[in-house]
Design a protein around this ligand. Structure first.
Ligand SMILES: Cc1cc2nc3c(=O)[nH]c(=O)nc-3n(C[C@H](O)[C@H](O)[C@H](O)COP(=O)(O)O)c2cc1C
Length: 321
């Protein structure tokens, strides 16, 4: 089973990916959050620069509905030495959808097919696609699959929800199974794999699955890839290592990971506030997996300076170790 880390804007930055690889790993491919500008903005450029991604296997993601923009960005990525790009057909954000980009592009299959015709003909790099099932209903999915079948898709990553489900509705494993029946390109499942139970459910319904992409589950519990790998080994080779459980805030690995993120963001950003914003955003995920006091989380959220933040986190870590 291959394991990918999902692109998550603002979360899986190059700083996050490097720290994650150093302290946890278990990821076969990291997807960058989307880049969208013909002339990459400095944040977009920093995120895809090979120098910032040295030890990782990376696929950069592009969000656009304009063939010339897609091809210009792809050609820059080709020059940087990348060997694949990913097209975002899944972003549900209102502003993106209003411009018929991301999942909004699924609303106009004729236009989308014309777009794919051109980019697959002209792109210097193989193109994988990350898609949702459609806008509103599973009827659209079958039509989309028939269309996808026409293109040499390097890999189709299926976030098994419609646009209207946002991030909360239940993903459809049956829809992923349907893709396995209809398409012959490599496929990757994405959506709500958060633990062994959800992973096993996927494998029970879609036993031919060869790749999963982990999003919020792996952010909340950075041990998740290791846990899934250990479970696979256990079943494949009678491996007896059952000792991999979710680590808590007090674990040495988590502390090192946390401190590295904090340090790197301090170097990269100016002033306390943007760094605090980043760390607080991460705590909304980490707190879901860790047995931490609600009051402590509130205190973290209220911290107005990095000194105060660090003090609260140190206390929290001490009380959990
Ligand atoms: C904060 C946030 C940012 C995201 N940014 C992107 C993005 O840049 N590109 C993309 O394809 N998906 C993006 N996603 C969607 C995730 O990659 C993933 O498809 C989604 O979270 C479902 O997987 P999960 O249930 O494992 O989290 C984002 C999701 C979240 C919550």
């Amino acid at each position: 089973m291959k394991i990918y880390l999902a692109p998550m804007e603002g979360i899986t930055t190059y700083i996050y990916r490097n720290a994650y690889q150093k302290y946890y790993g278990g990821i076969d491919i990291y997807y960058t959050p989307f880049v969208a500008n013909r002339k990459l903005k400095s944040r977009e450029l920093a995120d895809v620069l090979p120098d910032n991604n040295k030890v990782l296997s990376i696929v950069p993601q592009i969000l656009t509905n304009q063939t010339d923009v897609f091809l210009e960005i792809t050609s820059q990525l080709y020059d940087m030495g990348y060997n694949e790009v990913n097209l975002n057909l899944g972003c549900p954000s209102g502003t993106v959808v209003a411009k018929h980009r991301g999942a909004g592009f699924l609303n106009d299959q004729r236009e989308l097919e014309k777009f794919l015709d051109i980019i697959y003909e002209k792109s210097p790099l193989p193109i994988s696609i990350k898609t949702r099932l459609g806008i509103d209903s599973l009827y659209e999915w079958e039509d989309l699959l028939v269309m996808y079948k026409k293109f040499p898709i390097k890999e189709l990553i299926v976030h098994a929800r419609t646009l209207n489900q946002g991030y909360n509705g239940t993903p459809s494993l049956d829809a992923f199974h349907m893709a396995q029946d209809i398409l012959s390109c490599p496929l990757c499942y994405n959506g709500d794999i958060i633990d062994i139970t959800s992973y096993k459910k996927l494998i029970a319904i879609c036993p031919d699955t060869k790749a999963v992409m982990l999003g919020r589950g792996a952010i909340a519990n950075p041990m998740l890839p290791q846990i899934l790998i250990a479970d696979n080994l256990l079943h494949d080779n009678n491996n007896t290592n059952t000792n991999l459980t979710a680590k808590t805030t007090g674990s040495d690995t988590f502390i090192s990971f946390h401190d590295e993120l904090l340090e790197r963001y301090r170097e990269y950003m100016s002033g306390d506030q943007p760094v605090l914003y980043k760390m607080k955003e991460l705590w909304t995920f980490w707190s879901q997996n860790m047995n931490i006091d609600k009051k402590a989380l509130k205190k973290i959220k209220k911290a107005q300076s990095l000194n105060v933040y660090q003090h609260i986190v140190n206390e929290l870590i001490l009380s959990n170790s």
